[in-house]
Structure formats: C-alpha cells, structure tokens
Design a binder for this molecule. Structure first.
Ligand code: PEP
Ligand code: MN
Length: 277
C-alpha cells in the first residue's frame, strides 16, 4: 500500500515536471543557449546565468561530443552531466544534452537531463532512436547533415513508434557541393515541416551556429530563421569563445547573445504587427 502511494506521488511529480517543460517549450521564440561542450563548472555557471538573464529558456551543454577527429576534445562524459545537473539546480533552468549511445540512457536519468538531443550524426542511428523513443524524456532531434525530408520523417516515426511524441525538431544546415559557410541552412524545410500533418504540431527550431560555422553570421542566420517561421533557436554561446575547447569559431559571446535575444523579440513584434495588415 505504502509502495503504491510512493509510486503515485512519483508519477504525479513527473507529470508536473513534464507539464512545466511543455509550458516552457511553448515560449515563442523559444531560445536554447549555452556552450558547445561543458568544460568546467565555473564556465557553465557563468554562461548559464548570463543566457538566462538575457532570456534563454533552456540551457544547452554537451558532455558527450561526437568529434570528427579522435584527438579532439570528446567532452567530460559523466562528470559533464554531473556539472550540468548542479548548474541546472542552481539556476533553475531546464537543460538539453546530447546522447550518443543507448548505454548512456541511465546516466541521463541519473543526472536529470530534461531534453535528450539526438545530434545530426545520429539522426539515422535507429537503435538509439528506438531506445530514446521508449523514454519519457523530451527529445531534440536534429536533422542529419545530409538527410532528405523523407529520412528526417523516418527518424521522427522511429521515436513515435517507440511511444515518444515529445519531439522538438531542429534544422542545423546540410552539406552541399559548394558552400560559403560550414553548412547550408535549409529554411525551406522549416516551412515544409510546419505544413505536414506528421510534424505541424511539433516545435521546430533552427541551429544557426552549426549552420554558419562562424560567429559573425550566427545572429543574421538566427534572425533569418525566425523570419522564415522557425519557432525558436538553439545557439552556441561561450564566455571566452576564442579559447573554447570545441567549435570556437562559431560560439558567440555572452554580449552577442544578449543582443540576439533583444533582436529576436523585436523581430517577433514586427512580424506580429505586419501580419495584422
Ligand atoms: C551540437 O549541437 O552540439 C552538435 C554537435 O550539433 P550537430 O549534431 O547539429 O552537429
Ligand atoms: Mn558545437
């Protein structure tokens, strides 16, 4: 009997927590910001505090980094998630972190990560999709860097078929033959996803950081994405971008994020005004 009551209470708490995150994810524009990788507690706290004050709704910070080269910084692993949990508690902000392997699911529960990111390199990792789909966590699914719309829809179906419909979609740029930026930002897909029955009710965001690959273009790409109907942005922000351990060319400063947040709100007010006429 006592056990039943405890279970009921835990279920209620989980339900309330999920409702709270759902409410936060409905913010427009939804702003997710933070460093590419968690490097240490002090910097994550400084970045988290600053982006929250500027208006970010969710803090990003990766503990497991899939990198092109094995000698590159791979993330702090479990220690990173532990730091993320501490900063989340102190700042009282939901967090998103990337999961790269099914064997880490328990760790993401242990450290209470609210949103599991499935990164571009793993969009078609079907075993990962099936296992993450079985969890009751929110999922941020990034489009594969060379994925077609059909393939993206397939990945969404894997999550749904496994029982998870708490999905946020993210366009982060795709590879192209000739590109002037790290990737080509495909804003067309944002609008297409907004019209398809399978996806129109999902939150659809854009990652201008990995699309641009360079700091000076992150704000224009972000604003373009919002003007083109995206529900929000996920942006890499660092307190000292030039010495960041990963993606140092594309992380924007705390001040730049503040300016981006102000501009996004102005843009949204203007579009609301324009839509009136
Ligand atoms: C990231 O968001 O940290 C990341 C690695 O992005 P992507 O999977 O889009 O390359
Ligand atoms: Mn990155």
């Amino acid at each position: 009997m006592k056990q039943k009551m405890i279970e009921k209470k835990l279920d209620e708490e989980k339900n309330n927590k999920n409702q709270n995150i759902k409410r936060i994810l409905r913010k427009r524009p939804l702003l997710i910001a933070g460093p590419c990788a968690i490097e240490d507690k002090e910097s994550l706290y400084e970045i988290g505090k600053a982006v929250k004050e500027s208006g970010a709704h969710v803090l990003r910070g990766m503990a497991f980094k899939p990198r092109t080269k094995p000698e590159s910084f791979q993330g702090l692993g479990e220690l990173g998630l532990q730091i993320l949990a501490e900063v989340k508690r102190t700042l009282s902000i939901p967090v998103v972190s990337e999961i790269v392997d099914t064997k880490h699911i328990d760790l993401f529960y242990k450290y209470d990560v609210d949103i599991l990111q499935i990164g571009s390199r793993n969009m078609d990792n079907y075993e990962l999709l099936k296992e993450v789909g079985k969890t009751d966590k929110f999922v941020l699914l990034k489009r594969g860097y060379a994925s077609t719309l059909e393939e993206f829809l397939g990945a969404i179906a894997y999550l749904r078929n496994a029982g998870n419909n708490n999905i946020i979609l993210c366009e982060r740029g795709i590879k192209a033959y000739a590109s002037s930026t790290r990737n080509i930002l495909d804003l067309g897909i944002v609008n297409i996803l907004k019209t398809l029955d399978e996806t129109k009710d999902l939150t659809i965001i854009v990652d201008p950081s990995h699309a641009a690959g360079r700091r000076d273009l992150v704000i224009p790409f972000g604003l373009a994405a919002l003007a083109a109907n995206a529900d929000g942005l996920i942006v890499e922000v660092h307190n000292k971008p030039e010495t960041a351990l990963s993606d140092k060319d594309q992380q924007i400063t705390l001040e730049d994020f503040k300016s981006l947040a102000v501009k996004t709100n102005r843009l949204i007010s203007t579009s609301k005004l324009l839509n009136k006429f």
